[in-house]
Design a protein around this ligand. Structure first.
Ligand SMILES: [Zn+2]
Length: 287
């Protein structure tokens, strides 16, 4: 490095430290890290322009159930002002990585109990409650913008009411009818819609990565052939020969299949993603 550059760099560094040294004049930008992108969306919506949100898992090709953090991820999380994650054992890896303040949505926001279904983002109340919770937490770090965080949360919650309206509309015609699922991913939504699940035991085995028992498969095949279920919910991100055969059997017997995903598909946002899955159920009811 020549002397001229060195002098220039020193000057820039001095300017930077001067800027950092006057907190009264600069509101603090909040640095948020979330485990998945669907939580990144609500985090950013509430934060607005007062900081930045980084989502560690932001690709539909990564399965959060068996994600392992890299060194780079560990660094990113440890520097965060707020670390937002699902909890219930879903993204345990993030808990060990620190950050100034960790928010476990399951226990802090939803007051869920051990053993509850971990796919909380399918619960219609989770995002709205998370938005309110985040507005308060952001307000503690950056009190000057507290009112704005609250307004941002209210705006996001308003957008979410579209989803509740669709769920209520579906519930009018569900009559507590039975449906079957490939995995427990969509259960909260089915609950809100007023459907009951015919094959919990089977679904749990698939999610745990094991094989469902022969008798569970046989019962499900019978339910499909005798049309005891009104539709079958298939998590298209999972890959299983047993499920593929059941989907084929549904098609053969004119049992509708609702395609859902565990995580946010490419080019969608949380609301459009949920809406497109709910719409499949609405369409089945209309037929
Ligand atoms: Zn899952």
């Amino acid at each position: 490095m020549n002397l001229k550059n060195k002098v220039l760099l020193t000057f820039v560094a001095m300017g930077a430290s001067l800027a950092l040294g006057s907190p009264a004049a600069f509101a603090k930008d909040i640095n948020v890290v979330t485990s998945t992108d669907f939580y990144g969306e609500v985090a950013q919506a509430v934060l607005g322009k007062h900081g930045k949100v980084t989502s560690i898992i932001s690709s539909p090709n990564v399965d959060p159930h068996d994600y392992e953090p890299t060194t780079k991820t560990a660094k990113t999380v440890s520097k965060a002002d707020i670390v937002l994650y699902n909890g219930l054992g879903y993204d345990t890896w993030i808990e060990k990585l620190g950050g100034k303040k960790q928010i476990d949505i399951a226990s802090d926001v939803m007051h869920a109990k051990d053993g509850d279904n971990e796919h909380l983002w399918y619960n219609s109340k989770t995002m709205a409650k998370t938005a309110t919770y985040l507005a308060n937490q952001y307000g503690k770090i950056d009190p000057k913008n507290k009112a704005e965080f609250k307004k941002n949360a209210a705006n996001y919650e308003k957008k979410l009411t579209k989803l509740s309206t669709t769920l209520a509309q579906i519930k009018k015609n569900s009559d507590n009818k039975k449906v079957a699922v490939s995995e427990p991913v969509f259960e909260y939504a089915l609950d809100d819609m007023g459907y009951s699940i015919a094959n919990d035991h089977f679904a749990k085995a698939i999610e745990d990565g094991g094989d469902p028992s022969f008798s569970d498969i046989k019962k499900l095949q019978d339910d499909i052939k005798k049309k005891k279920i009104v539709f079958f919910v298939n998590n298209t991100q999972a890959d299983s020969k047993v499920i593929k055969n059941l989907v084929d059997l549904c098609k053969k017997n004119n049992v509708p299949v609702v395609n859902v995903t565990e995580t946010l598909p490419a080019k969608q946002n949380y609301i459009s993603w949920m809406q497109s899955e709910y719409n499949q159920v609405l369409k089945i009811q209309e037929n």
